[in-house]
Write a protein that binds this ligand. Sequence first.
Ligand SMILES: [Zn+2]
Length: 175
Amino acid sequence: MGLELVENLLEVFTAEDPMAFDHPQGDPWSDFREIMRVEWKVEFKYRHVLGKYSKFFIELANHRFLATECGNCGKVWAIPRPLCPDCLHVTTWKELPGTGTLESFSVSYFVPAFMKVETPYVLAMVKLDGADTLFTHQLRNYGDLEKIKVGMPVKVAYTVEKVSHPMLLMWFEPA
Ligand SMILES: [Zn+2]
């Protein structure tokens, strides 16, 4: 018996030194150049609970944009925070109009394949009207990259198509 016991075996091979140069005392990894390659099929589903942030996503599906407001210090958090990061008081939900100002942005010409989005991908940091914080999300429907300017008015837009993650229920676009 031997390697036939490994049903997912692809090959056993001897690896070259990928950093080939002269080793004064010889290849220090010579005892470890025999390599086994196997094929391992992995498939799993991941259940993710959105916890105290759930209402934000539930209302995004209703085309409403919610922040949270701290009743103690008055700060309005968007991204919502169930607990005020500044003073540690429990916050309450507050609907915002979904309009705001582009404070900063980044243009990506390469994105991970799993994202399944077109490039260039524009990530926008937006100060929403009524909020004290910045909210980061994708900017779409901007037309031409040259038209994107810091300070321009933007708004939250909502999908009418099914999405693969609740975060994709919204994006930003020029107002
Ligand atoms: Zn607070």
